[in-house]
Design a binder for this molecule. Structure first.
Ligand SMILES: C[S@@+](CC[C@H](N)C(=O)[O-])C[C@H]1O[C@@H](n2cnc3c(N)ncnc32)[C@H](O)[C@@H]1O
Length: 253
């Protein structure tokens, strides 16, 4: 806080430890008449898809304190995208370089997998960092239940589309500040390390071929947007993960 620039506004914060899909938030707020302009739920709403009761309690907590015209914003793994990936497997386990998803079910015909609307359990492990049971959140269902809580959908975008729409000059600064994409080509020592090891070299050619193609296309078409030859990008596996997530905005009516 001491290093915070002087022109940044100060604001208070109040932390409450609770299970938002089981308990009533308004029993715990310092003033139960508090109203909010924004409710943000990042990478967490899908845990409430354990059951309809849980989702309804969660949405009650989200909506009841929102002002009319206030926004509920969030991010979620996209169930339709995940089911699409699982249907292509032979054992209900999708795996790439950074992500593994396992659907917990006795299904044998994965190509026609049809998970239930609630309680569809998966194990989701990203870069070995998250490793606990989660639930598939089918977005059209969320949109429908939100209507009962006076939340109307404003926008829902896959992360890949969201990145493209934010990758405009006026918003590129924010993307850079958040270090959302990595710079390619990498620094020389990382590049050398990848080339020198067998797995590194294989990984390099399979995971970054799309970037090399794009660089050549840009160079041959005389595209000068990246005049130092650098592109903001991710590896193929990381783009696959990006495409699994979606962002959403609801407005309280
Ligand atoms: C994948 S993490 C995301 C954390 C953080 N929002 C972020 O973007 O880095 C999911 C978070 O949701 C929280 N969570 C899951 N179910 C919850 C519930 N029923 N009530 C409150 N928090 C919950 C977990 O404790 C965890 O911190």
């Amino acid at each position: 806080m001491r290093n915070r620039p002087q022109n940044h506004a100060q604001f208070g914060a109040h932390f409450i430890t609770m299970d938002c899909k089981e308990e009533n938030l308004f029993d715990k707020l310092p003033h139960d008449t508090m109203l909010f302009d924004i409710v943000s739920c990042q990478f967490a709403l899908h845990y409430a898809f354990r059951s309809e009761k849980a989702l309804r309690q969660m949405l009650y907590n989200i909506s009841a304190g929102l002002r009319k015209g206030g926004y509920f914003i969030g991010t979620l793994p996209d169930a339709e995208r995940i089911v699409h990936l699982l249907r292509k497997t032979t054992d209900g386990k999708f795996r790439n370089d950074v992500l593994s998803i396992e659907y917990i079910d006795k299904t044998s015909n994965w190509s026609t997998l049809q998970p239930p609307l609630f309680g569809a359990k998966i194990y989701f492990s990203l870069d070995e960092r998250v490793n606990c049971p989660e639930f598939l959140a089918y977005f059209p269902l969320l949109e429908e239940v939100c209507k009962d809580f006076d939340l109307e959908l404003v926008s829902c975008k896959n992360f890949s589309d969201a990145i493209q729409s934010y990758d405009k000059n006026d918003q590129r600064n924010l993307m850079t500040r958040m270090k959302a994409l990595e710079e390619y080509p990498f620094e020389e020592d990382r590049l050398n390390h990848m080339r020198e090891t067998l797995s590194g070299a294989q990984k390099f050619s399979s995971e970054y071929a799309h970037v090399e193609r794009k660089r050549h296309e840009m160079a041959s078409s005389g595209d000068r947007r990246n005049n130092n030859g650098c592109l903001g990008t991710l590896s193929k596996s990381e783009w696959e993960v990006v495409a699994i997530y979606q962002t959403f905005i609801f407005r309280k009516i």
